[in-house]
Write a protein that binds this ligand. Sequence first.
Ligand code: GLN
Length: 483
Amino acid sequence: MGLNSRGLVELTVLLKKGEISPLDVAKDVVAAVEEKDGDVHAYVEFYKEDLLERAAALTKSGDYRSTPLAGLPIAVKDNICVEGRATTAGSRILSGYTSPYTATAAANVLRSGGIICGKTNLDEFAMGSSTENSAFGPSRNPWNLDYAPGGSSGGSAAAVAADMAVGALGSDTGGSIRQPAGFCGVVGMKPTYGRVSRYGLIAFASSLDQIGPFARSVEDCAVLLGAISSGDAQDATSLRAPVPDFARDLDKGLDGLTVGIPRDFMEMGTRPEVEENLTTLCARLEKENVAVVDVSLAHARYACACYYVIANAEASSNLARFDGVRYGHRTEHARDVYSMYTHTRDEGFGDEVKRRILLGTYVLSAGYYDAYYLKAQKVRSLIIRDFQNAFDHVDLIMMPTAPSAAFPIGEKVSDPLLMYLSDIFTIPVNLAGLPAIAIPSGVAPDGLPLGVQLIGKPLEENTVLRGARGVERLVDFERKTVV
Ligand code: GLN
């Protein structure tokens, strides 16, 4: 077994003892990528030479022993900027674009002693749930290569699941960390809105976007979250709250926690195997002295509709900057400045991105603003209030990560509404800005992993991580990736 398949914390312990070196780990990661990424396509670009060079330099200097990430290779979703590197956001429109600076979250990885080993594949501008919207072709699920790894951070999830990175960063606007983590049988966390700086993340929907970690275990996820969290003067929405030790409460156990299940909401299209998995887990939790109670999220059923108004409105505004003037692609068929804009955007954006820009522009336009955008904002307030009311009675809310396990590549890509519904359980959490984690909770009869999601109060990542660690211990989850 190569070092690449060991967990982040386990590796840092071995590294700090001097039993292994960063170069040993880097070599095993490189070997895994060379062996598997032709099939999985988790990476848009893998920085092989750079990884080996940096790992060799750290090995020689020994300057990794006192840092939290100790020279370990961390993959970064390709909508997060790294200075001097291409950032594509999975889009043709950014071809030729090189980032002039490093995103704060990525800079924090470096500051914490990690090595950024490459950029992972994603749905174009993070719009999608399967990575099939990437201009560079889909990533594949390491559990079954005919299946999607989820999305939009499918490349990051697949890289971690196939041992091609020790950890990874993704972004989650409506579920894009948690849903692929669930589909690939790894841990993925969306922190509280503002916990991690969005400076240098290519904006999709700014009131919802949040960067977060992927890892193989809850403990590894806690360490990576600690490494990337910080307030940031460059991001006005980043929180100045102190960053706690996220590993602090991990082993406090489940005893005494109250967990709420939003049964009214979960009736919406959940597959029987997903429901059964959750029921079994609830029974196990009760045996551990956890009070499992029903909570109501009465307005969450409108979350998906509300999200596709708000997210698209914000996207239509955020994506206006890609016009051929400053970034990436510029058409060769311009007659005047207007045709330069329109041809550039027509050539550069894929269908899903165009659909969202059109819808987003429509819901913001005079005469429709009140009926759609304003109304969606009001519904958002009701969803937030539902969570607040539920959290008066419970410490955590638990529900499936997605209504089904991973789906085959090609199954939903031509039916946007069906695709949108795969985020039904993750979207309400973004609308409310809450922290939530997805962890593996079992395997479906077709051999694909199932996931469960734990949601906490704002800034209570530690309770979320503590609960997740407890659940992780209760579930006998065995990884059965085919690559
Ligand atoms: N799948 C959702 C969408 O398509 C969420 C995407 C995301 O979280 N970036 O918008």
